[in-house]
Design a protein around this ligand. Structure first.
Ligand code: AKB
Length: 319
């Protein structure tokens, strides 16, 4: 039987991916883990273990005792938070990955998933329809760690046969978690402000286009990649995946159609230069061709769904 360990399960992606894995493989097949004990309550439907991925001994013990066969390693410090403490971001993002790769080799883990990001690209990357193999000169410590991580993943596949698979996520937008310190996270926050009838101050300029993806698409992409036959996986660094692209003005206009009184103002800060260094849209033809990827949500469909479901999920009183 497969036994799946999700590391960093309490974050934005982990919260939804863990649930999807349990729905698919059953509660007995999944262990959620996070270094924060406080997220335990999110996982009343499966086992939860407190785990700091930097503690290699504790990770090894858990993998050994629970006979783990697959790992989804999601723990990371995102772009904006990473710029406030670059060394800490590097230590966690690189140290965590290297520890998981070593353990995967040692314990013969059958499959590992590790998220990369559009942050691997930089100011000299073509901005429109950014190709899979485009030039990469990341300017954030997060992007540098993701680019190095992609090469480590490929190295462990080539050298040790570790079946590690990865996606370069765009900004992920869901309604089940608060924003997590990313540059794209304004597009998570904006919904919370809108449903609470508060004004929104956006830290990016109104015309800043970025690639984004609804969480349901991100979860599906992840599971589809992990279930694809090994022979279909031609890229062992990380796959470009595309969902939608929009600017702050466009998402605001979309929300305003549902909430006509909603107000926004723009106060760009240090995150503007991070956003400016990233692509505006992504070419994901390799993912489409190799394992059949196709996103289902556009901005309109995503916004309607979030505005409907968010208030009840967070128990907001939105009279
Ligand atoms: C971030 O903004 O840092 C992340 C990402 C694009 O990887 N959402």
């Amino acid at each position: 039987m497969e036994k799946i360990l999700v590391i960093g399960a309490g974050g934005q992606l982990g919260t939804e991916l863990t649930k999807a894995l349990v729905n698919r493989y059953g509660a007995d097949a999944v262990i959620a883990s996070d270094f924060q004990e406080s997220v335990r309550g999110k996982f009343d439907y499966c086992s939860f273990r407190t785990l700091n991925v930097m503690d290699k001994e504790a990770s090894a013990k858990l993998i050994h005792e629970e006979k783990i066969t697959q790992i989804y390693h999601l723990a990371a410090i995102l772009s904006a938070t990473g710029e406030k403490n670059p060394i800490q971001a590097w230590d966690l993002n690189m140290g965590g990955l290297l520890s998981v790769l070593e353990l995967a080799k040692e314990y013969k883990i059958s499959k590992v998933f590790w998220p990369s990001s559009i942050a691997v690209f930089g100011p000299d990357t073509p901005k429109e329809n950014t190709p899979q193999d485009a030039f990469k000169n990341p300017t954030t410590v997060y992007g540098i760690s993701k680019l190095a991580g992609e090469h480590w993943c490929e190295y462990y596949f080539n050298k040790y046969g570790v079946d590690i698979r990865s996606l370069r996520y765009p900004g992920l937008i869901g309604y089940k978690s608060m924003a997590g310190g990313g540059t794209t996270d304004y597009a998570v926050d904006i919904f919370h402000k809108a449903v609470n009838n508060e004004n929104f101050t956006c830290f990016l300029q109104e015309d800043t286009y970025l690639p984004m993806m609804y969480m349901e698409d991100a979860v599906n992409a992840t599971i589809e990649l992990m279930e694809a036959p090994t022979t279909a996986i031609k890229i062992r660094t990380s796959y470009n995946v595309s969902g939608m692209s929009f600017s702050p003005k466009e998402i605001y206009d979309c929300i305003k159609m549902h909430q006509p009184d909603f107000k926004i103002k723009y106060e760009p800060d240090f995150r503007q230069s991070i956003a400016d260094s990233w692509p505006k849209s992504i070419d994901d033809s390799a993912a489409q061709n190799d394992w059949g990827w196709k996103a289902k949500f556009d901005l309109t469909k995503m916004s309607a769904e979030i505005l409907t479901k968010l208030p009840a999920y967070f128990n907001y009183n939105t009279k």
